[in-house]
Design a protein around this ligand. Structure first.
Ligand SMILES: Cc1ncc(COP(=O)(O)O)c(C=O)c1O
Length: 380
């Protein structure tokens, strides 16, 4: 198997799994219990929370554990909307993950006005458009820090200045960014951050919402006092422990990791060019402005679903940037936002996402498999 779909998810490493194991079998108490088994479980959560807070540079009390990135974003946007009684507008972008887009649409149905910012060909938002739309009536601006399809890294500092001037909350979806680019929460100084552990070798089904100290959100889940009454329900102790371990491992040697992923990315593109394959890289050039490891490619006249299927048959796993149902295949909302004139699914994209387990052999296998598939189309 050549797994080149690390943006979809990553595998739990042995190190992370070993850290989690005792919390299934040995320390299995309920963290709310006041006997020793409960105290041990509570201690594990506290230690994990402290570790995560230290690594990301925030207060432990500013982290609320959730079931992942989707819940974190729902908690932020709906929690704000339900606790606010004065402001009626929300601003986001056309290239958000569905966790944000669908939540925004839900809030539109409740009466909020939502503006979806345009992006340029590389996926960057138009700061002037943000300046022109933001008003005293804007409740929150929600922006994807690292785009999951095309890898664009938004310039958050600029966005934050605009939000500060308008006294508006800023939420960022950092699900793809964590362990790929440095994240120092105190330095970023945003109000909310969505995080998900399964994107960096933690287990699926655990994440967090960072909530800046002092901000009150209406909770979405009622039924207990867990997470300082911000998210009821018995905590998932082993997964929380796994989350902290995965972050600890993932954040180590981040600069070296980033450099390696960029080198792999260049290698992949150079090999395609050497073989005379025509492609378009969607999103920014590899480097400062692009999420390391994300390569989104469009091959003219090639159906990306067919390519993905044929690659899959050869044990090479990648994603497509498109949505399909049983009747039709549509270009994804992200590709449509950067190239509004495109509506043929043949202009969709393949997403190859590299990770810590990627080797040159995986990229070579991809190249060897894709060349005949594309040449076959060229000969038609
Ligand atoms: C940018 C982004 N936001 C949010 C999510 C949702 O996270 P989760 O799978 O933890 O719910 C994902 C997952 O693909 C993502 O890539």
């Amino acid at each position: 198997m050549h797994y080149l779909d690390n943006a979809a998810t990553t595998y739990v490493t042995k190190e992370v799994f070993d850290a989690m194991k005792p919390y299934f079998t040995i320390y299995g108490g309920n963290p709310s219990s006041i006997h020793q088994a409960g105290i041990d479980a509570k201690k594990a959560i506290n230690t994990a929370r402290n570790t995560i807070a230290k690594l990301l540079n925030c207060y432990p009390s500013e982290l609320v554990f959730t079931s992942g990135g989707t819940e974190a974003t729902n908690m932020c946007l709906k929690g704000l909307a339900f606790s606010n009684h004065t402001k009626g507008e929300i601003i986001t972008t056309k290239i958000e993950h569905h966790a944000t887009l669908h939540t925004a649409q839900f809030l539109e149905d409740l009466g909020y006005s939502v503006y979806y910012l345009n992006v340029d060909e590389e996926g960057f938002i138009d700061l002037d458009e943000l300046r022109s739309l933001i008003t005293d009536n804007t409740l929150v601006v929600s922006i994807i820090l690292a785009n999951n399809e095309i890898g664009t890294l938004q310039h958050i500092e600029e966005i934050k200045k605009i939000c500060d001037n308008a006294r508006t909350y800023l939420h960022i979806d950092a699900v793809q960014a964590i362990t790929h680019i440095p994240i120092d929460i105190t330095e970023l100084d945003v109000d909310f951050i969505s995080i998900s552990a399964h994107k960096f070798h933690g287990p699926k089904g655990i994440g967090a919402l960072y909530i800046k100290d002092g901000i009150q959100l209406e909770p979405l889940i009622h039924g207990g006092a867990q997470e300082r009454e911000r998210r009821a329900g018995t905590e998932n102790v082993p997964y929380i422990v796994g989350f902290a371990k995965a972050l600890e491992v993932g954040i180590k040697d981040l600069a070296e990791y980033r450099k390696r992923l960029d080198e792999y990315g260049h290698y992949l593109l150079n090999r395609l060019a050497e073989k005379g394959i025509v492609y378009r890289l969607n999103g920014p050039e590899i480097g400062e402005d692009r999420l390391p490891g994300n390569i989104s490619l469009t091959f003219p006249n090639c159906d990306c679903h067919e390519l993905q299927y044929q690659l899959h048959r050869q044990g090479i796993y990648v994603s497509t940037s498109s949505a399909c149902d049983s009747n039709n295949i549509e270009v994804s909302h992200v590709i449509k936002a950067i190239y509004p004139e495109i509506d043929d699914h043949k202009d969709g994209a393949l997403r190859i996402s590299l990770g810590s387990n990627t080797k040159y052999e995986d990229i070579d296998a991809f190249i060897s498999a894709i060349i005949p598939l594309i040449k076959k189309v060229d000969q038609l």
